[in-house]
Design a protein around this ligand. Structure first.
Ligand SMILES: [Zn+2]
Length: 437
């Protein structure tokens, strides 16, 4: 991103006849004065700290009385609460909300061309960054192929601003296991995920996706869901354990991990038995499954807010399902917190329109049993651990990337403060600063 600035400078300098080399270089050392610091791993916040940022890394964190070298750029956040950049472990930058009034999910694939979808993804990553989310694990492109790998590349080369991305490309499901559906059987409709049947096809799909740049493999272990005659939520299982095992074996061989969309029941059980690294949504998890997750070290990425939106009318089967999904999700999260399951913060943004706040899942995490600090850790150091970036992101500490955000209120008193991020530094580059102008 710093290259964007340089590129603009070069253009400006060409226009005015100056040479780029005569421009003053930005200071290598920036010192952030933090009134309160929540560093992502410590149990309690610290007052009056200095964060020394050199280029794109944090060099050291000291007491506020330490000397600041002459020539350092100082950013005064002494009236603010400073935190590590947030991590959303479940997003879809290529989804644009699924509002039925706008044609729902299908219109995204049937009517939007790839350039329009890339433009929307560009908007999405910028939105995430300006709200303080400096890292996203984006869990599939919903029919936009390997577009996420290229958006990631555009961010890395400085063409567009955006967070650090972990991408999972096309995702994998089975015949009968993904949209588009409900069209005439004679039509060969495109699917939002790569469809496989059998362990051989499963492994081949994983190989293709890894070959083309997937950081994670995303698998759909359940698809349709409904409420049965006894009032229970049921979800249709997709891959068999053998199919999933082939994918997990392949991904692990490449040093990569597997995220499994699983609502409940048979599909969730197969996800655990097949060795998934993270359970996505996990709407309804039994006590035995929670125990298995603790035993296996499986990560849990609940996505609460999205299940409280767009409910169908209460007297319809879809409406009953929508209400049941939200009800069981809350109690599952509560049980998982109590049992000590490893939990990360996820939203399903994209399923939620990108114009909405990305921090809207925090209040649900607190409502269902997490402390405010626990919820912050789920979106910082815990997620970093899941992403194999422990100590590098999700923490304000020496050696970490300088992903630093600030709010003017106290998020430990009111977690909704995280919806009001007003300072964002990403890899040492100040992207937003409405506090020390
Ligand atoms: Zn999702």
């Amino acid at each position: 991103m710093k290259k964007v600035g340089c590129g603009l400078l070069v253009l400006l300098c060409l226009a005015c006849g100056m040479r780029a080399q005569t421009e003053p270089k930005p200071p290598a050392l920036t010192v952030i004065r933090a009134g309160t610091l929540i560093d992502g791993t410590s149990e309690s916040p610290r007052k009056n700290q200095l964060i020394f940022v050199r280029d794109e890394h944090i060099e050291k964190v000291t007491e506020g009385t330490a000397a600041i070298p002459a020539g350092a750029k100082v950013i005064d956040l002494s009236q603010a609460t400073v935190l590590p950049g947030l991590i959303d472990s479940h997003t879809h930058i290529f989804l644009w909300g699924e509002d039925p009034k706008k044609g729902g999910y299908d219109a995204n694939i049937l009517k939007a061309g790839i350039a329009l979808r890339a433009a929307r993804a560009t908007f999405a990553v910028r939105r995430a960054l300006e709200q303080g989310f400096t890292t996203l694990r984006d869990v599939e492109t919903e029919g936009a192929g390997y577009g996420d790998v290229e958006i990631k590349e555009a961010i890395a080369e400085g063409t567009i601003p955006g967070p650090r991305l972990f991408v999972s490309t096309r995702a994998i499901s089975t015949t009968g296991g993904y949209n588009l559906e409900g069209y005439a059987p004679e039509l060969d409709m495109p699917k939002g995920a790569q469809i496989i049947d059998g362990p051989v096809e499963a492994r081949k799909a994983a190989r293709e996706q890894l070959d083309h740049g997937a950081d994670w493999i995303k698998v759909y272990m359940t698809h349709r869901s409904w409420v049965d005659k006894q009032g229970n939520l049921v979800s249709q299982p997709t891959l068999t354990v053998e199919e999933l095992k082939a994918i997990v074996d392949e991904a692990h061989g490449w040093g990569k991990r597997v995220a499994c969309h699983a609502y409940n029941g048979i599909g969730l059980q197969r996800a655990l038995d097949g060795g998934c690294d993270s359970i996505e949504h996990g709407l309804e998890i039994t006590d035995a499954q929670i125990a298995q997750m603790v035993r296996q070290g499986t990560w849990y990425c609940p996505t609460m807010a999205v299940y409280y939106k767009d409910w169908a009318p209460a007297d319809t089967p879809a409406g009953q399902r929508d209400r049941k999904r939200a009800a069981v999700h809350g109690s599952s999260l509560e049980k998982a917190v109590k049992a000590g399951v490893k939990i990360v913060y996820g939203t399903d943004m994209g399923g939620i329109e990108w114009t909405e706040p990305e921090a809207q899942d925090f209040p649900y995490m607190v409502e269902f049993g997490m402390t405010a600090m626990g919820a912050i850790e789920a979106a910082t150091s815990r997620a970093a651990e899941m992403l194999d970036m422990k100590g590098e992101i999700g923490v304000v500490a020496p050696g970490a990337y300088a992903d630093v955000i600030a709010v003017t209120g106290d998020p430990l008193k009111d977690i909704k403060e995280l919806e009001k991020v007003r300072f964002v530094m990403h890899d040492g580059w100040v992207f937003r600063n409405e506090i020390d102008k």
